[in-house]
Design a protein around this ligand. Structure first.
Ligand code: SAH
Length: 225
């Protein structure tokens, strides 16, 4: 059809890249959960990064997203999601919304994703993007992740995508008994860890060494509402 026939197919050009990303970076490194694999293939990662970097969207590394922050390497997003062991019914808390990509990966796998971002501009941009793309079970708020989101606690799962130096106490408190929490901990040397909570207490398991941006303490108080 004149006028449209020569246009690149804007809805599918990225699909083959996403499929290849999943096979060569994620399945090849041992991620097995079929739901995680499906969602990683179907999430348009290029929509969450600055336009001039879109060609790199499906490559094997983190990318800058503005405000000095980064969107994690695809493999790490998949690995953390797999460790959450989601069944579709969970209320999840994410700390560090960033671009909104990790929240978009979680959305089809959970009941609701609550996500907190400390940089106001990022929180606003991610919320707008997720809304525009139709992710209607993700709620983003600008705030300090160290405080969690008591109004919605307890959470079945918690995922932290910035690295605190120590495991944040308040977040462990807001994790439901039977819940799982995945986070990087440390300063220079960081370890990705899994915390499981039972009625006997918490259990920590080390997963792999990682490198995330630090989870910061906001210098100015953020208004609660
Ligand atoms: N999940 C993101 C990656 C985020 S990078 C994505 O998929 O794009 C880490 C994010 O954590 C940054 O945006 C940073 O601003 C945010 N962050 C750092 N400290 C925080 C805190 N105390 N509370 C909430 N977010 C924080």
């Amino acid at each position: 059809m004149p006028g449209t026939g020569n246009q690149p197919d804007s809805t599918t050009w990225w699909k083959s890249r996403a499929d290849r990303m999943v096979e060569t970076q994620i399945v090849s490194r041992g991620v097995r959960d079929p739901d995680v694999i499906r969602v990683m293939k179907n999430t348009p990662r290029h929509k969450f990064i600055p336009a001039h970097l879109r060609d790199h969207a499906y490559n094997d590394h983190p990318l800058p997203i503005g405000s000095g922050q980064t969107i994690s390497q695809p493999y790490i997003v998949a690995l953390m999601t797999e460790y959450l062991e989601l069944t579709g019914t969970e209320k999840v808390l994410e700390i560090g919304t960033g671009s909104g990509y990790q929240a978009a990966v979680l959305a089809p796998l959970v009941d609701t994703c609550y996500s907190i971002e400390v940089v106001k501009a990022l929180a606003r941009e991610a919320a707008g993007k997720l809304d525009m793309l139709g992710y209607d079970n993700v709620v983003v708020k600008w705030g300090d992740g160290y405080l969690g989101w008591p109004e919605h606690a307890p959470f079945d799962r918690i995922i932290i995508t910035a690295a605190p130096e120590k495991i944040p106490e308040k977040l462990v408190e807001q994790l439901a008994v039977g819940g799982r929490m995945v986070l990087p901990v440390g300063s220079h040397f960081q370890e990705l860890i899994l915390i499981t909570k039972t009625n006997k207490g918490i259990h920590r398991k080390n997963i792999i060494p990682v490198r995330f941006v630090p989870m910061v303490h906001p210098s100015d108080p953020i208004p609660d509402k």
